[in-house]
Design a protein around this ligand. Structure first.
Ligand SMILES: N[C@@H](CCC(=O)N[C@@H](CS)C(=O)NCC(=O)O)C(=O)O
Length: 218
């Protein structure tokens, strides 16, 4: 019997939540090994051996040890191609290319401004860090422009990469979730008809609901 894959991190981390949602979508058993960021466990030498940048998540499966959430998700999809949602990372080069394109758009265009807004609006107040109003204004404007592109795309296509829910859609869930549920800028998503329809559909997937459930008892 093979042992479950290991995820090091906390489900409250957006990057770790991406990997957890992917594992649920692929129906792959995992063991979550808590890393307490508040206690600085991610900067300890033992952890730096598996994540040299000192960030969560880190991941281990048999002899492989990986970091970077999107790379981990791609590995899970390739290694466990026959399990769970088989279309999550496409089944042919054309589908994969489109998924990769929107996965890159998430990492390069959506994540920076949405991550900055989530940090400023949801986490800075919790951690008693002063909010940077200029950063909020600039990132809100940047994210608005990105979401205008998404609005057009999602007016033509049910999901970002086509007719099927994919890793590209899944990868947006953690930041979008905090934006909608933990900031007062939910309208960035809900004021755009097609983006809102997409958000409703992807955030109601069982895989994401299970990842959110884990956040309640991290
Ligand atoms: N690009 C990385 C980002 C990882 C990341 O930023 N993790 C955050 C939590 S969401 C973290 O560990 N922050 C603590 C730190 O940077 O010291 C990934 O996708 O895995």
């Amino acid at each position: 019997m093979t042992s479950p894959v290991k995820v090091y991190g906390t489900p409250l981390s957006t990057a770790a939540a991406r990997v957890l949602a992917c594992l649920f979508e692929k129906d792959v058993d995992f063991q979550l090994i808590p890393v307490n960021l508040a206690k600085g466990e991610h900067k300890k030498p033992e952890f730096l051996k598996i994540q040299p940048f000192g960030q969560v998540p880190a991941f281990q499966d048999e002899s492989i040890s990986l970091f970077e959430s999107r790379a981990i998700c791609r590995y899970i999809c390739e290694k466990y191609a026959d399990k769970g949602n088989k279309k999550l990372y496409g089944t042919n080069p054309l589908a994969k290319a489109s998924i990769d394109q929107w996965l890159e758009a998430e990492g390069q265009s959506f994540n920076p401004p949405s991550g900055a807004l989530v940090f400023q609006l949801a986490f800075a107040p919790r951690w008693k860090i002063p909010q940077d109003q200029d950063a909020i204004k600039q990132n809100e404007a940047k994210l608005g422009k990105v979401l205008d592109v998404y609005e057009k795309r999602l007016g033509e296509s049910r999901f970002l990469a086509g007719d099927d829910f994919s890793l590209a859609d899944l990868s947006h869930l953690p930041n979008a979730h905090y934006l909608v549920t933990a900031t007062d800028r939910a309208e960035l998503i809900t004021s755009r008809k097609h983006v809102e329809r997409w958000w409703d559909e992807i955030s109601n997937r069982d895989s994401w609901k299970k990842a959110v459930e884990l956040q309640k008892s991290p």
